[in-house]
Ligand binder design. Sequence first.
Ligand code: GLU
Length: 503
Amino acid sequence: MNETSNRVRVRFAPSPTGDLHVGGVRTALFTWIFARQHDGDFLLRIEDTDRRRFQETSIESITESLCWLGLDWDEGPDIGGPVGPYFQSERLDIYREHANWLLENGHAYECFCSSERLDAVRREQQANKQPPGYDRHCRNLTGEQRQEYRDQGVTPVVRLAVPLEGSTTVHDLLRGETVYENRTLEDAVLMKSDGFPTYHLAAMVDDFMMGITHVTRGPEWIPSFPLHVLIYQAFGWELPVFVHMPLILNPDGKGKLSKRQGAASTLMYKQDGYLPEAMVNYLALVGWAYDDREEFFSLSDLIEKFSIEKVSSSAARYNFDKLLWFNQHYINHTIELDDLTRRSLPWLQEAGLIGDAPEGSSEYALARDAIALIKDKMKVLKEAPELTSFFFGEPDSYESDLLIPKKTEAATVLTALDRVREIVAELGVEDEEALEGRLRTVADELGLKAGQMFMPIRVALTGRTVSPGLFETMKVVGKERSLERLDQAIKKLSQSALVETAD
Ligand code: GLU
């Protein structure tokens, strides 16, 4: 797989140390789009060599996040592929072999330093205001000295023997060339004493062996980029193209995006009722833009219009409000009503508002009608139960004084509600215009403004002073239930002290 071929092969290589966060998923998105644009292969590789930070549940969280956003992979731990295994923990022999090759060829050495010694070195460097780093204490140990450590039961780590002179030039697709003086680079650890490789060795070996042509990864790897180039050079391998994504900043522009300000797990957005379409659209614009006008992009638009060269190299601010704005836009303007209803059902079910509601059932039809009326108010699907609850069971419970608008008498409201009840009983709720016309006439007769007339009806129907259009709401609630709710309001009001006082 590592012989030269023109086929684009890219990978997303998360470490299963927790949930997949926004930065990681943005890298996955750009990488996936790039693969699809070039009819290339998108690999999923799980970098599980840090056993202290490993979390089993994280693997599922990663795959679920990618699936949710529609980012499918062509090779990966679950589906296999020609260059597997795709779990790094199952490739330990490969790393060991490569580390041995570096040792045998003078590009790496064994280091027996204890963590106490390394701490002491660090403290001394701090005290002397020297840059921190390994002091190369073990770089020139003799065979005998190494054997002595071994006899004492010390297991060594393997470190890269960075050339002591000269410089290393790295090339990033977005940032161009940077030259590093080798003397400023650290002899980084490649194999740990637990037998697991570090990222530096494992990722380079895998990227090469898996035939990766473009390494797309987070900006946190820029500082160790020269080490990675040195590792490739030590093996005599041709370098892939490297692309480091731009850093994502907090919305206030201060510092790297933190959990508190929005870096929460991708799945949390799913659980909060964000649509994958909105998430994809927003994330695509964190560090990339098509032009200064167009901002709506589906995955297939992105395959057509995205260009990795146009990804910005400078940090991009995360804008939570913009994401929410996109979500609202997709809910309100893009998603078909049936689709939106289907996606809202789990929330309505979870809130106990409806049962199975299979399509074609009256329960489903009610949910659909309700969603149609509130969708312009819904920013995230999670809000569906709160916005629609009164369509299903009962109106919200309310105090009788909510029925009485300002500057109206309780007795007048009672009379008005009696008349409304009669009219609804006679006319029904289907003909919104006719109903509205009749109620306006009654309002005139009673000396009420339209708002004063409609408010008590709204409260009777919903238990709220704010709701979707009154007549549309009545129509969805239906004649029978509207009458019941009006009856309840009339009863409530006539039993309350408010009317007695007014009498
Ligand atoms: N396992 C690394 C991480 O999760 C991935 C870096 C890479 O893509 O090379 O940060």
